[in-house]
Design a protein around this ligand. Structure first.
Ligand SMILES: *[C@@H]1O[C@H](CO)[C@@H](O)[C@H](O)[C@H]1NC(C)=O
Ligand SMILES: *[C@@H]1O[C@H](CO)[C@@H](O)[C@H](O)[C@H]1NC(C)=O
Length: 573
């Protein structure tokens, strides 16, 4: 199946941005979103679809049974003095807009391959690189654009549900052009549950997630999440023109996109301001992040590398730095294949504005949007990240890693207990249920289990434990692709099923957007039992021709996951 290729889609995404030619980093200052389209003439093709928003005429493109309006700006370009500022809404549209191609991606952080990774393994894992090339989009600091894909035959008044996609990529990479919304819209027509698809670019890495006390004081933390919020508001204003119903919006994301969705659920004390009514999270929940000053060293790093150290106002200096200078400083900062692994340099953090408390505290206080959710994990979510920490070869090394990176403030006895919950036994490690196989190094499977649980599995379980009886929730674990060497059902393995191809998760998502229940109302697909704490059921998507989807219990690694969640409450990252 696709799994082997896509398991390393993430690696590929990373590798690609690293290998991209330097010219692609050149910022294009003038916006080319507003090209007149009236010179285009069509001979045999159907006429290009048009939409009027305010006084602006947008010319889109017809593909199959969908009309696509791509690369629509939804905020003032975040360039010049608007760099490192809250996204600024646009004045009403006017004039003609070419909306036939997706906008440029936001500046991508360069990715380096994991330290000390064997080249043969890279070959094995990196098969995806070639496949991903067509998806690579040029980047630009001016990147805040949104895309809408709708069934061709619907228009204003159709009031279709809306799925809004949040891409993943570790808050450092990701772009909308990788996801062809046409696929999900076509599928929604096929199964008689049509939807409108939306995706937006949001700022990444140091542009979107600058940390430090300076960022807090200037109220510019979590800009990437603020971009997403503004895009959700854009949907409220404009989606009815496309035939979408602004009261039927479901947020939908994978990895850091799912984490973004999860954080949208807890911002504003959980008040969703009628922006959405449901959420779907593939491999990502409320990541246990702490104070924005936990990222001070990365702010200081940017200041140092851009030559801003002696500036009176370092933030102003960062704003004035040439794009290339800023970007190359950001490229030198640790990326998600750096040794620190899942403890990413650039993360959402508690900034006092978007996040006013660690997300786990929000959940305990009930500061969560009370909307139905789908939330799931790939079984081996941690394996990709542990490839970077492959040189951890003894328990002492692992202890050192935990004390330096994962939980620097934890007490020795707490780390001891953590290591007991994650024993030095290949059979208990990740990829799970693979016996003694896949031991890339002596502590690899153990480290992978710990990293994956800390950032991916425990937040999902924690959310359900505290919210699963209060709001409707459906859970899954994806186990397909288990036999992929070393990484098993790695992080990202469910992407082909959920959005890159037409799989069961896509159907469930479409039905959820329509009915607020993944089972829909037509009895399509394997019934998915709702989660509740007395009998916490989930579905397992597994490698089996006869039983590709089975019911299971959400009770794996109960104590370890509880303990990890307890630790993340005490020591958010
Ligand atoms: C593994 O390599 C990284 C990067 O070179 C280094 O920082 C780290 O200390 C090493 N860890 C061990 C346990 O040797
Ligand atoms: C986690 O914390 C809760 C509340 O303090 C406690 O009841 C529970 O035993 C802890 N779980 C583990 C595995 O330590």
């Amino acid at each position: 199946m696709l799994t082997k290729h896509t398991a390393l889609a993430l690696l590929a995404v990373g590798a690609l941005s690293g290998f991209a030619s330097p010219q692609e980093s050149l910022v294009v200052q003038e916006s080319d979103h507003r090209l007149a389209a009236d010179h285009i003439c069509f001979d045999t093709k159907p006429p290009a679809p048009q939409i009027i928003l305010d006084d602006g005429v947008f010319t889109g493109i017809r593909k199959g049974d969908t009309d696509q309006f791509l690369g629509i700006p939804y905020a003032e370009p975040p360039i010049n003095d608007l760099r490192l500022r809250q996204p600024k809404p646009l004045p009403p549209y006017g004039g003609k807009y070419d909306a036939q191609v997706m906008g440029k991606s936001c500046a991508q952080q360069k990715m380096t391959l994991p330290n000390g990774l064997d080249l043969k393994l890279v070959e094995e894992l990196g098969i995806a690189v070639g496949r991903m090339v067509p998806f690579l989009a040029p980047e630009d600091e001016d990147c805040l654009t949104i895309n809408v894909v709708k069934p061709s035959n619907i228009g204003p008044g159709s009031n279709l549900p809306v799925l809004v996609w949040f891409y993943g990529g570790g808050f450092e990479n990701g772009w909308t052009a990788m996801y062809d919304g046409g696929l999900v819209v076509s599928r929604s027509i096929e199964i008689g549950e049509p939807i409108v698809f939306v995706s937006m670019n949001y700022r990444l890495s140091a542009f979107g997630f600058l940390a430090g006390k300076e960022a807090r004081e200037a109220k510019i933390g979590n800009l990437g999440l603020q971009d997403q919020r503004l895009a959700l508001k854009w949907v409220q204003t404009y989606i009815s023109h496309f035939g979408g119903d602004p009261s039927k919006v479901t947020m939908w994301g994978e990895s850091s996109g799912a984490m973004s969705v999860a954080l949208q659920l807890v911002t504003n004390k959980g008040n969703q301001e009628d922006l959405y009514r449901g959420a779907i999270m593939h491999s990502g929940g409320q990541i246990p992040v702490g104070d924005i000053e936990n990222g001070q060293q990365y702010y200081d790093f940017m200041v140092e590398k851009t030559g801003c150290k002696t500036a009176k106002n370092t933030l102003d200096c960062l704003r004035r730095a040439p794009f290339k200078t800023f970007k190359s400083a950001m490229d030198e900062s640790p990326n998600f294949f750096a040794y620190q692994g899942v403890i990413l340099a650039w993360l959402p953090r508690v900034d006092g504005v978007f996040l006013t408390e660690p997300p786990q505290h929000s959940i305990l206080r009930g500061h969560v949007s009370n909307v139905p959710v789908i939330t799931g994990n790939c079984d081996d979510d941690g394996s990709l990240f542990a490839v970077s920490t492959i040189n951890i070869s003894t328990t002492a090394d692992l202890r050192g890693y935990l004390k330096t990176h994962l939980m620097p403030k934890a007490k020795d006895e707490e780390i001891d207990l953590l290591l007991k919950y994650y024993p030095d036994d290949q059979r208990a490690g990740c990829p799970f249920d693979t016996g003694l196989r896949n031991a890339l190094s002596a502590q690899y499977k153990r480290t992978a289990a710990l990293q994956g649980d800390f950032v991916f599995h425990a937040p999902r379980r924690f959310f359900l434990k505290h919210r699963g009886d209060k709001q409707n929730a459906w859970a899954y674990v994806y186990k397909r692709g288990k036999s992929t060497p070393f990484i098993g059902t790695a992080h990202g393995s469910d992407l082909p099923n959920a959005i890159l191809g037409k799989g069961e998760l896509m159907d469930y998502s479409i039905q959820f957007a329509n009915n607020l229940n993944p089972n829909g109302d037509k009895g399509l697909g394997v019934p998915w039992p709702q989660w509740n704490s007395r009998d916490p059921k989930l579905i397992i998507l597994q490698d089996s021709d006869l039983f590709p989807i089975v019911h299971g219990k959400d009770d794996y690694r109960t104590d370890p996951l509880n303990y990890v969640a307890n630790m993340s409450l005490l020591y958010p990252i």
